[in-house]
Design a protein around this ligand. Sequence first.
Ligand SMILES: Nc1nc2c(ncn2[C@@H]2O[C@H](COP(=O)(O)OP(=O)(O)O)[C@@H](O)[C@H]2O)c(=O)[nH]1
Ligand SMILES: [Mg+2]
Length: 198
Amino acid sequence: MLRRWKKVLCVCFFAFLGAGMVTSESPNVEEYFHVCLMGLNDAGKTANFNSLLGRNFTETRPTIGFDVSDVKYKDVVFAFWDLGGQCKIKGLWRHYLGDTTHAIVFVIDAAAGMERLKVASRAMHEMFQKAIIPKELFVLILANKQDLEGKLSSAEIIDGLNLLELKNEWDLLETSAKDYVGISQILDSLYQKLNKNK
Ligand SMILES: Nc1nc2c(ncn2[C@@H]2O[C@H](COP(=O)(O)OP(=O)(O)O)[C@@H](O)[C@H]2O)c(=O)[nH]1
Ligand SMILES: [Mg+2]
């Protein structure tokens, strides 16, 4: 009888050990990155959010509160946060960003003209100066609405946003949420940056 129990215990022990080995050798659990969409009202945050989720971009409506959805890309998951409201409620951004944000996607309406770009620039730099955004966060700028006439060039946006003054690492992509232009590059750019830094 005792022998039988010893055998059972032995089998359990090795089964336990085996399970441990399988766990340690099995692929990593998917990496999870939080990405916040920011920018002035009407820039196209929600439209890009929809396009990233494969929805029709016209499903946009003024975002009330916030929306969050996961997008799986390669071996990681991005949780995209779409903040409602505008720069007027900048005070909320600090809480919205929290300590767990890995990257910011700052959306610009490239077709709204230089005056509007300057407003976006002031809002963005104010956030950085007040140290709401930690220096190590990657910032991806989307020059959105590329499908529209009279859009500013990327060089004009880099200049108008004073991007060269940013301490954070940044990149700029031209997108059209309407035509799904640049949408997969958003995921690729974030993947390259965040996966490398992890
Ligand atoms: N033509 C065009 N319109 C866009 C694009 N992205 C957003 N819009 C429109 O711009 C307006 C504001 O977009 P929305 O995503 O709600 O802006 P948000 O306030 O930044 O979330 C809506 O009427 C959208 O349909 C785009 O890439 N091209
Ligand atoms: Mg919105």
